[in-house]
Design a protein around this ligand. Sequence first.
Ligand SMILES: [Zn+2]
Length: 576
Amino acid sequence: MCSNLDRLGTTVVVSSEVRLRKGYSAHGWVRYGKVAGVKIMVSEWWDQEVELLARRTRKQVNSQPVIFETGYGPSGLPHLGTFAEVARTSFVRWAFTKRFPDIPSRLIAFSDDMDGLRSVPENVPNKDMVRLHLGKPLSSVPDPFGIADSFSGHMIGRLKSFLADFGFEPEFYSSSECYYSGAFDAGLLKLLENVEAVKAVVLPTLQPETRVTWSPFLPICEVCGRYTTIVSDYHPQDAQISYACSTEFGGASGCGNTGRVSVRGGKVKVGWKVDWALRWMMLGVDYEMYGKDLIESAVISGKICKALGVEPPVGSFYELFLDEEGHKISKKIGNGISLDEWRSYAPDDSILYFLTKSPKKARKIGRELVGKTTDEFLLLLKQPTADNELLRTMMAATAPGICRKHNWNWSSEFDFSLLVSLVGALGIDDVAAVHSFLRDNPALTLAPQDDAFAFELVQFALRYDRGLRATRLPDAAAHELSIGEIHALETLLQRLGDADFTAADALQTMTYEVGKARDLGLREWFSLLYQALTKNPTGPRLGTLLMLLGRERSEKKLQEFLNSAVKSSEKDEIST
Ligand SMILES: [Zn+2]
């Protein structure tokens, strides 16, 4: 299992021998102890965030609710990062309420649906239709899936549905609602009155050639409906600006129209960094997390707030999720493992559990991680330590939807990875059949109270295995075996004939000895056996796997593998 230190906010290098004690302090839950004679104290990452926020809220004299905000740009399908922001912010909010039970709080999930469409995402249908609307606000682009009333409406709907499944209940706000309803009007006027102060913050951060035409305001052309406009004059006394539709935006060109519009009521939006500041100011945001790629934006937005006499919120960046090749995951490409894929391979609880880990560490998101995380989640349910209790309480309190699905207990002696290997080895794509194999197997302790959850896990393991098969090379089974490997397999088959299949340890030792006697690299030898038994190069402890499969099935698998390998090597000899 991962170290509990994985959740701690501060990076402290602590070897596994160092034992830190745990206690509740003025800083929330902390671990403390001595490392090389030096006293250290570290706390859970969410408590560290609360500490930062507490410094801000102590300064506030009124008893307004503390506002937590998360942001989503609905220019593509929501991904794990989008979901993570809501989950993690909810953890911080939970910890805040625990420490300051008398201070009310709200969680706002804000979607910038008036952002302009800059490009056509790769993972949506009807791309040609979408392309016609480049440069328009996302809320004015039709839904490529043909379901919702707009492009952004669809994307936001997907996010809402994910969040509802988990039981997260943020208050949903969108740019179009805030701008069109006039809720942002006062802030827009303030920006217009202080346009020079805003420019003084932003212009030095821009390339010289863009400084000349840059304006905090983005009028929507009244003729073509696009952001292909340049502001030509400001009229703060009338709350208006003049513009010319004469530039490019997202590959679309201006129509040549000129006009003068009010900054009120959604006819004009403000550009990204100014928009973030406007939102903080008008909603009174106290806390917001954002990806590492937005650190600079957050600094500039904070300066804009200050230029307008408003204290920016406490901000905290998180590291980005990467795909297995180490690239940032993108909602427009759909690389890395998608939220839908994860949810089809493992229970939702495992996603939530994964997000309790420290956000300050970059993590690669792939199928392997899903299996490993699910194992860890089962351990969390199984081991009633104080740490695990705290985690369970937080997860259940922030996302009550996940506990509704199944009994939050696990006492059986196997984990998800073992189940995936078993499913691969059995080669039966049938939930009921695998489930009864588990129930009837004397070598496996499936606790009666775990039965329903186990059935669910089998469904996940089957989909997981199907996913593995889909990505596996078709000829992975056709192995070229060395003479030594062939002899070792033959010896193993002989010895399995009279082995005790109720003793996993003895089976493990025997397998090891057979490989060693033939001078095989043990890593390769075990990998070969996993291939033979489960078609995957890795798996659980081999002795356990053999015991669970039983004599007949194990022998059959190994014999088939040996036959096919021998046959393919004979074919090679004939053809050469
Ligand atoms: Zn136009």
